[in-house]
Design a protein. Structure first.
Length: 479
């Protein structure tokens, strides 16, 4: 109930949010800088965790990490334990986490007692020990300072291997949760492309926006790693099948087959925290400006599809130039956000009328690479143009990513990689998605195999009233 109250307050306070004034020629001096790289699309959720563990175990000098969230579950604790073991070998470990989901986490803060581990928190809240209720009130009082969050997902070992994608750290991102799991993706990078990401990380690390965790959370140094060790031990005892599955996944790792590609990084600006301007989105649009008007086809994948100021600018540009657009996103029933469906239900007809070929993720979809087949959410953040250019990154197609969150991504120029990514998303379309179509009479149909519906599947009529209430709060800017 407290979580629900917090979420409602976030939306309520979002009513005061407004789009910033963006001057003509904004970011016109930004220049793209392509790099050579080797890229490998990780083919399964379990391998995504195993590759991280393997990389940590082979680390020799440094590990730099950024994530939006890090769960206190088997996957999260196991990775932290591996990092601690690497630090014991003399590897320097640096971690930056956003503060939205970090409360008085002594089990996490204890790791900063290690002389080779530093952990910093982005844009910390004032409230730490009063749960979601206290944090909600804190947000209401200090919204201009706390609204911007760090959404990057970054994993770099020795400056030699980097993992980017949409996954945060937790059982639900690797198919090991018994409650709900995400269908997501990660890509491994090697080569020159890593250098600009290292520079971007250093800029964040030395900024005033991050605070050492020991300044926020008190730990007892004479109880060396007490809370962490207890949590790690309990997690192993309670989740023996997951521990065995992870061990098996590690044993089954094969050599990665890399694809050579030209990769262009796009970073956000930390100035976004001051002015909420769309640095990242504008830079991506400038990079892709010629592609957008000349593309013949595009595949756009995002968990949350919300327009900016009621306009789907990129999709409008593509369809106006007769590009065939395929959109993959969550169905209303599969969305992990309580608020996105309230808006998406209203925008779906508009997207279909624009000619978009729409696939919505089934809430009962079975991902074979997950250990537990429970509720599944769609979380892939990517686009593919003309089977050649592919974007991988942290951003969603929504106002929050555009104006509030700190994001980054890469555009990969490789037909071979684009083909692999398309296969990853759509090879099992009959099993994973509803194909949504618009009839001449304006009716909408959802079809998957032999199953057909004339209303949003598994999203009952009882949603209409709360969805209407959410829309009246006018919180689109916050989503």
């Amino acid at each position: 109930m407290a979580l629900l109250l917090c979420l409602y307050s976030l939306v309520l306070t979002g009513c005061a949010g407004s789009y910033p004034e963006v001057e003509p020629g904004f970011e016109s001096n930004w220049q793209a800088q392509p790099h050579q790289a080797q890229v490998y699309l990780i083919p399964s959720a379990s391998e995504a965790l195993a590759r991280r563990i393997e990389a940590i175990r082979h680390a020799q000098q440094s590990i730099d990490i950024t994530y939006f969230s890090w769960n206190k579950d088997l996957s999260g604790l196991m990775l932290l334990n591996e990092l601690k073991l690497a630090a014991d070998r003399g590897v320097q470990v640096r971690i930056v986490l956003d503060d939205l989901l970090v409360f008085n986490e002594t089990w996490l803060a204890e790791l900063a007692q290690h002389p080779a581990i530093e952990l910093r928190i982005f844009n910390p809240f004032n409230s730490r020990k009063t749960g979601w209720l206290g944090r909600s009130l804190d947000f209401q009082r200090h919204k201009p300072q706390l609204d911007n969050r760090l959404h990057e997902k970054y994993f770099n070992v020795d400056g030699q291997l980097m993992i980017l994608g949409g996954r945060n750290i937790g059982d639900d991102y690797f198919g090991y949760s018994q409650e709900a799991n995400f269908f997501d993706l990660d890509v491994v990078f090697r080569g020159d492309i890593i250098q600009p990401f290292m520079a971007n990380y250093q800029q964040l690390w030395t900024s005033e926006l991050v605070t050492p965790i020991e300044a926020l959370i008190h730990t007892r140094k004479h109880k060396h790693y007490h809370d962490f060790n207890r949590a790690w031990q309990r997690s192993q005892e309670k989740q023996a099948p997951v521990l065995e599955a992870i061990s098996q996944s590690l044993a089954n790792l094969a050599p990665m087959h890399f694809i050579h590609a030209r990769v262009t990084p796009v970073f956000d600006s930390l100035d976004k925290v001051k002015d909420n301007k769309p640095y990242f989105r504008t830079r991506v649009e400038r990079l892709m400006s010629q592609t957008l008007v000349n593309a013949n086809k595009a595949v756009i994948s995002t968990p949350y599809m919300i327009p900016t100021q009621h306009k789907f600018k990129i999709i409008e540009t593509l369809t106006e130039h007769d590009a065939a657009v395929t959109l993959i996103t969550n169905s209303s029933a599969s969305n992990d956000s309580a608020f996105i469906p309230a808006y998406f239900e209203q925008y779906r007809p508009e997207l279909l009328a624009m000619g978009v070929d729409l696939y919505e993720f089934r809430d009962d979809a079975i991902n074979r690479d997950h250990l537990y087949h429970v509720a599944t959410y769609y979380h892939n953040k990517t686009f593919i143009f003309d089977d050649k250019l592919a974007y991988i990154g942290s951003s969603n197609f929504d106002p929050r990513s555009d104006f509030l969150n700190i994001e980054f991504g890469v555009v990969i120029d490789s037909p071979e990689f684009a083909q692999a990514l398309t296969q990853y998303l759509l090879a099992k379309r009959e099993d994973l998605y509803w194909h949504v179509t618009l009839a001449p009479d304006g009716s909408i149909n959802w079809r998957s195999g032999e199953e057909s519906h004339d209303a949003s599947p598994n999203y009952g009529g009882w949603h209409k009233l709360p969805d209407w209430i959410i829309r009246q709060l006018d919180g689109e800017f916050e989503l």
